[in-house]
Each structure stands twice: as C-alpha cells, then as structure tokens.
Design a protein around this ligand. Structure first.
Ligand code: SF4
Length: 460
C-alpha cells in the first residue's frame, strides 16, 4: 500500500501556522506524507481562523468543495481544528457541519488525532506508525510536540497560548482559552535546537507576549539582568550562538515595560515593533475593553523611539467598531498621521457571536461607511509608507533571504532573491538559490510602497 497523505490548509495568524507545523509533525510520526494536492490526500485538515466572519465563510466554502471530492473519493477524511471548534462552546457550529467532516477538535486535542484516524481507516496504519504521541502525560500539552518547521533558517516559537484580556470584539479568549505561559526551559530548548539546525531568526509568538510570566523563572540565567520575564526571555534568546535576528508578535500597549524596550535594543532584535492600538479614540478603546488609552500607546511609542530612534512601526486597527462616530474615526486618522506607521493591518469591524461586543453593542456602522473608513486608512498607509521607504534609497539593508524565483526585473526575466530587512521591509535583488537562508547586505536603489529593490553587496 502506498504511503497515506495529508494536506493541511491553514487560515489566520502566525500562531495557527505554528500549530499547523505541530500537526504536520504528528501526522508524519504516524507515517503520513504531505501533499499540496487535495485529490491525492487521504486526510485534509483545515486549521481555522475566527477573527472575522470572512475567514469563517471561507471554511464553509472549502467544505462544499471537499464534499464534492468526497463523493468520488469516499475514503477521504476531513478534519476541522483551530478557532472554529475552539470557540464553539455550546456546539452550535458543530450542529451545522456537513457530514463531510470526520474530525472536529480544538487544537490542543491534536494528540488524539492518530487514534481517531486509525479508528476510521485502520488499513492506513503501517508497521512504523509511532502512536506514542497520543498516549502518556508528556503530550497532555500539545506544545511538547516538536514541530515540522517550514525551513531551517527561521522558527516561529510560541511562548504562550490564550489571552486574559477579553477585548469586547475578540474571540481569542474563547477560542484559545485563558493565557497559559510555556516554561522558559521548553522555549529555550526549542530555540537552541533550532539554532543547532541552522536557524538565524526566531519569532516568538503569543497573544500578549509582553505579559509573559515564566512558570519556571528559576530557569533564567543567574546573570540575566532583567526582572520583567518577557525582557528576560528576550535576553536569553540573544545569548544563543547563531541567533542573529529576533522579533515577536504581538505585544499589548498596556504592559509595555521599559525593560522590554531595553531588551529590544539588544543586538539580535529586529528594528521593528508591531504594537496593536485598534483605535485612536479613548471612548472607542474603552468600549473595546482595551485597558489602555491613546496616551498610553503614544507614551510607549515615545519611549521605544527614544531608545531605538529608527525603529519601523506596525499596528492593528479596527474601523467601524460599534458606535464609532466619524469624529472618533478621525482621531484614528490623526493618530496614524502623528505616529507614521510603516505597516497597519486594518480591518472593518466584524461582529463575532459570543463576544461581549455582540451582546452589548449594536453593529451600527454601515458596511459602506466601514469600507470608506478602511479606504481612508489604506490610502494613508500607502502614502506614509512610500514616503518613509525613500530613506532606504542609497543605504544598505540587512536581509534574510527566504526565497529565489524568476521575476521581471528591468523589463526582463531574471532570478531574484526575496527576504525581509531588519525593519521587516520586503526586499529583493538579483541572486540565486545559494543565498536562501543567508543574511546579506543589499544596497537599495529603488523604494516602492511594499518593496525595496537593490543589489547584493555581501553575505554577513
Ligand atoms: S489582547 Fe484583546 S485582541 Fe489581543 S488576543 Fe487578547 S482579547 Fe484578543
């Protein structure tokens, strides 16, 4: 019998992508091989995102397609995990699922998957399938599974799951539960293992990374200078030989301690901070239960810029939140103009069932007005970033090369290398595959809004 195959389709954030790397490792441990073709898969797993209705709608669309494939291939197994089952506490979503779905589980139950798969398709169980993962205490925490990383030069490493903040619009505390911090020893073991495998970049993941509280603070080095646990963790990662680039997503403005800013100035940290603000109006922030004000946010930005003057900044914004007036939206525009963000992930408010906002407020900004506000921010972002990017022209930027492919360059097809600078600017230059995974200096000669273009100078 040929080797069984799986396909994982991932929606949403880096945390979901990291979870999918653990799902992949688990499936490989029981003898499955990856495929990107649904037609040749024995198992399709959809790792879902519930942040916006559109993300959930895409899952339903996908299920309709899978139902058609299953008609001609009845052995195909389909599973749903991630935010959708995570937030479905009363089983209302489960009741609406088509018969196409065989497995429906919150991500932390992934360790049960081998048992479920072979329960349904016992003939797929080969002699070498390692079923130890689903058994035993050590895997009660799914984060103990060593992921199948996407590449050897960078690694996304979760430091916590869940969130205690209960912003009124957000499903995460329902989908992922309350904040649970990983032991520092586990995180650092992952970092060191990746560094030994050749990783030069580490991205620490969590919902509010700067609220990280180590359950095993005794494992911080004796000479670690920081008391704040997140700052202490950043310091530890900085000490690992080979790690040249470090960043994190996402912090919360309320907890933006000076020690974290100190730690961001250590050598490995990228010259970039993504700090979600959501709105430029204090009354809207209060109704969002953000637990910070516009002033708190700008104070954090001021302190960061004092320490790291050229840092590039990103944020998250929601436009058209319940009751947001045109004047309140204008305050978001003004905040954007004052801070001059290099990147913004802005979204039109999308009501999520079960959240406090859905229960307490009316979703009363029309879709047309939400779209207008989104367009205003988008236009402002493009204008701002185009202006900010000009300062790189004539300068060298340090780029971690992620891929090389044929592209049109100076009106002819050429092999181009792509990667992100330390300011998380997508950059490209003529080069070849031998540079993938390397950190190189690139002299920039053209700056567009989403792309810096230049010439290879040297490998670091
Ligand atoms: S901080 Fe707020 S927006 Fe972020 S995950 Fe927690 S509840 Fe959601």
């Amino acid at each position: 019998m040929s080797q069984p195959k799986y396909q994982i389709i991932t929606f949403g954030c880096q945390m979901n992508k990291s979870d999918s790397e653990r799902l992949a490792a688990l499936l490989q441990s029981i003898g499955f091989a990856e495929t990107d073709k649904t037609d040749s898969a024995d198992l399709v797993l959809i790792n879902t995102c519930s942040v916006r209705q559109t993300a959930e709608d895409r899952v339903w669309g996908l299920l309709r397609k899978l139902a058609k494939i299953k008609e001609r291939k009845p052995g195909l197994m389909v599973g749903i995990t991630g935010c959708l089952p995570g937030r479905d506490k009363d089983g209302a979503i489960k009741k609406k699922l088509p018969a196409t779905v065989d497995f429906y589980f919150p991500i932390h139950e992934m360790v049960q998957l081998p048992r479920w798969i072979f329960g349904l398709r016992p003939e797929l169980q080969g002699p070498t399938a390692d079923l130890s993962v689903g058994k035993g205490e050590e895997y009660a925490d799914y984060l103990k599974i060593t992921p199948s990383y996407g590449n050897n030069f960078q690694a996304y490493i979760p430091i916590q799951t869940g969130c205690n903040n209960f912003c009124t619009y957000c499903v995460v505390p329902f989908a992922r539960g309350l904040e649970k911090n990983r032991p520092t020893a586990d995180i650092m073991s992952d970092v060191r293992e990746r560094a030994r495998a050749g990783a030069v970049e580490i991205i620490l993941l969590g919902q509010t990374v700067n609220s990280y509280q180590a359950p095993d603070a005794e494992n911080f080095s004796a000479h670690n200078p920081f008391k704040n646990h997140f700052a202490a963790l950043l310091w530890e990662v900085n000490q690992v030989p080979g790690i040249k680039r470090l960043h994190f997503t996402a912090p919360h403005p309320r907890e933006f301690d000076d020690e974290v800013i100190e730690a961001m100035a250590l050598p490995a940290h990228l010259n970039f901070l993504h700090l979600p603000v959501q709105s430029g109006d204090n009354e809207v922030l209060r109704r969002m239960n953000r637990k910070h004000t516009v002033e708190d946010f700008e104070d954090a930005i001021r302190r960061v810029r004092e320490k790291i003057p050229n840092i590039a900044l990103g944020t998250d914004l929601i436009v058209g939140f319940c009751g947001e007036t045109p004047e309140q939206f204008e305050k978001t525009v003004k905040l954007f103009q004052r801070v001059k963000f290099d990147m913004s992930y802005h979204a039109m408010y999308s009501q999520r069932s079960g959240t406090a906002a859905a229960k307490a407020f009316k979703d009363d900004v029309s879709p047309e007005e939400k779209r207008r506000r989104w367009d205003v921010i988008q236009e402002l972002l493009i204008k701002t970033v185009l202006e900010l990017n000009q300062k790189y022209v004539g300068q060298s930027v340090s780029v971690l090369v992620e891929r090389c492919e044929e592209a049109i360059h100076h009106e002819k097809a050429e092999k181009m290398c792509y990667g992100f600078s330390r300011e998380l600017k997508l950059s490209r230059f003529p080069g070849d595959e031998s540079l993938v995974g390397k950190i190189v200096d690139v002299k920039i000669n053209k700056a567009d809004k989403w792309l810096l273009e230049g010439e290879y100078v040297q490998t670091a």
